[in-house]
Design a binder for this molecule. Sequence first.
Ligand SMILES: [Zn+2]
Length: 263
Amino acid sequence: MTADSVLVLMYHRVGEARNAWEARYAIGPSRFADHMDALRAEGYRAIDANALIKWLDGGSAPPQRSFVLTFDDGFRAVKEHALPVLTRLGWPFTVFLVSGLIGQQDLWTRSSNPDGVTYPLLNEQEILDMQQAGVTFQSHTRSHASLPTLDDEQLAAELADSRAELQALLGTSVDLLAYPFGHVDDRVARAAAEAGYRAAFSTQPGFNRQSVDRYRIRRLDVYGTDTPVQLLRKMRLGTNDGSAANLARYYWGRARSRFQGTA
Ligand SMILES: [Zn+2]
């Protein structure tokens, strides 16, 4: 059976969280491994982001329960803690890099993290080592700016410079973009296309059908606080709410519409 929709999961840092704010964006290494093992046990299988784009281009659909695994920001801890798990499973994944902050820290979080701390991002050598191991790298802009707030010139530069810098580092074509903070509007989506990106990922949750707007590909936000059971519920429902109550509402709604359909 082939899929009629594909889910994309978004993770950020893999590592321990030091406060409640971080717990949303950072997942402990053992919990991350539990997530992946739970997905495999349920028959899910990661496919490369480019396989998703090929399908959107009109290619054949991937098998049912295929999903795309993405990591935003390019934290060094992804190499340390996620790469070994995903190598063991043989699962491809994509990391969206901030081209102007390679080898530095996630400076854009300093004002929002209550503890004011930042974390190391992958450096060039680490990125090249991971690329050698089969990891795909794409763009998360040049400075992690909120794109709708930029003027046309700044916007074009964020998108084009990032693409050029990453292509120079990686020696491969960089065709995919993840919008920082998920911020996108029509002007930003048009600018992404004009800068040469073939598709872009939002943070709007939901299933991706073949007709999805390729400059607003949906992703589920996986929180560090999600248990494997909550992750599986999110995937079943295509939402960021993995609570048992939300699953119950879903089944209640289905049962009710079935009842009304026969009444
Ligand atoms: Zn980001």
